[in-house]
Ligand binder design. Structure first.
Ligand SMILES: Nc1ncnc2c1ncn2[C@@H]1O[C@H](COP(=O)(O)OP(=O)(O)O)[C@@H](O)[C@H]1O
Ligand SMILES: [Mg+2]
Length: 362
């Protein structure tokens, strides 16, 4: 019997639905369950052929277990090695190389020294920084946000130098990026599963959290949706993620990749709505079963270049990305019920007032 395990945190709806969906198919030799682990021994292979990981970004013990599991032949969705190595600045840089539009972005030295470091540790840093050059390149308005962020934590919308410095002063020892704000006409969130299936969801980040997945969006241009889909696939194929949400802000008709390091994307029924929820449960069930059925687990080569997806020639592979079946179609979801748990405030650079609340999963 090949087992598919689901590893999860605070979320309530997706893990159970995924296990049920897989088991309801009554596939010979395949069953799904929640992962249960204690102390992990070096010499014992884990019980699961496939593990769907929804939480190891928050729990180092799980991340270490998953790397060990890969070594012993388990297929983990998503690759825990690349997830550990990834960061958002690298991702924008990669997008630009792949021909996917990314807003002008810089990473900045930490405002405060990371623990255990002093000014002596910083002797390679230019001081003072050439702020004029930074602002000339990025422009205002802009977003100041962490290179390893999620859930809108420590994201600041800044409109001037003064607001920027107020926000930067609050950024503690985080590594922050300053990125030009896209004055968007449309905003999309795309589920990408198995590096081949895409679901484009119209999303309005300017609305209150519970209403962001737009129920009845006005139809978007086919050509634009085609590009969004191709770009979403390109990014996930290059990064090697089998499950991801890719966000695009469309400015002047160009979809700019904004946030595409979401390897445990929000899949909560109450947040994404019924139709999107059913789609993602089905798609991840298909993927997990496909991986479990594979005669031999596909163990990627874990030298650094392999981190950029399975293909050795990342750019070439991405350039030949196939559009998925749903090309040219945007879908909407029902308005979500307000999520009760795991909310974080987005601070405005103006006086640190919360602007919005969102789930902490992404
Ligand atoms: N360059 C940008 N242009 C326009 N909106 C942005 C930009 N960067 C971030 N945002 C807004 O801030 C939100 C949070 O930023 P994001 O990069 O998605 O970080 P997180 O990983 O915390 O979700 C986005 O959903 C979007 O609404
Ligand atoms: Mg985001």
């Amino acid at each position: 019997m090949k087992k598919i395990g689901v590893l999860f945190g605070m979320e309530n709806t997706f893990p159970g639905a995924l296990v049920e969906k897989i088991n309801s198919r009554n596939i010979d030799g395949i069953s799904a369950e929640f992962v249960e682990i204690g102390a992990i021994r070096l010499d014992k292979p884990p019980a699961w052929s496939v593990i769907v990981d929804r939480i190891s970004h928050d729990i180092p013990f799980y991340r270490a277990f998953l790397k060990h599991a890969v070594l012993h032949g388990t297929t983990v969705i998503n690759n825990p090695f690349w997830w550990s190595a990834d960061d958002k600045f690298f991702d924008y840089s990669l997008a630009a190389k792949l021909g996917v539009a990314a807003p002008p972005t810089v990473i900045l030295p930490h405002k405060h020294y990371p623990p255990g470091t002093t000014d002596k540790s910083m002797r390679n840093l230019q001081y003072p920084l050439d702020w004029d050059a930074v602002f000339a390149y990025v422009g205002f308005p802009a977003f100041l946000k962490p290179v390893n962020g999620g859930g809108w934590r420590d994201v600041y919308h800044v409109h001037s130098r003064e607001e920027f410095f107020q926000a930067y002063d609050q950024s503690r020892d985080l590594c922050m990026m300053l990125q030009r704000a896209v004055n968007f006409t449309e905003y999309f969130r795309c589920y990408v599963v198995g590096q081949e299936k895409v679901r484009i969801m119209v999303y309005d980040p300017r609305r209150p959290h519970a209403e962001r997945y737009v129920k009845d969006p006005k139809p978007a241009e086919k050509k634009l949706l085609g590009r969004v889909e191709r770009d979403a696939l390109k990014l996930c194929q290059a990064l090697g993620y089998d499950l991801n949400t890719v966000e695009f802000a469309v400015g002047n008709g160009v979809p700019y990749a904004i946030d595409f390091m979401n390897p445990a994307p929000d899949a909560d029924l109450h947040s994404v709505g019924k139709e999107n929820f059913e789609w993602i449960v089905e798609a991840v069930a298909d993927l997990a079963v496909k991986k479990a059925k594979a005669a031999k687990p596909k163990v990627p080569e874990f030298h650094w270049s392999a981190y950029l997806g399975a293909a050795s020639d990342t750019a070439k592979a991405a350039a030949t990305a196939k559009p998925a079946k749903s090309a040219g179609k945007a879908v909407a979801s029902k308005p979500a019920a307000k999520k009760a748990s795991a909310k974080k405030a987005v601070k405005s650079a103006k006086g640190g007032q919360p602007e919005a609340t969102v789930s902490a999963i992404e």
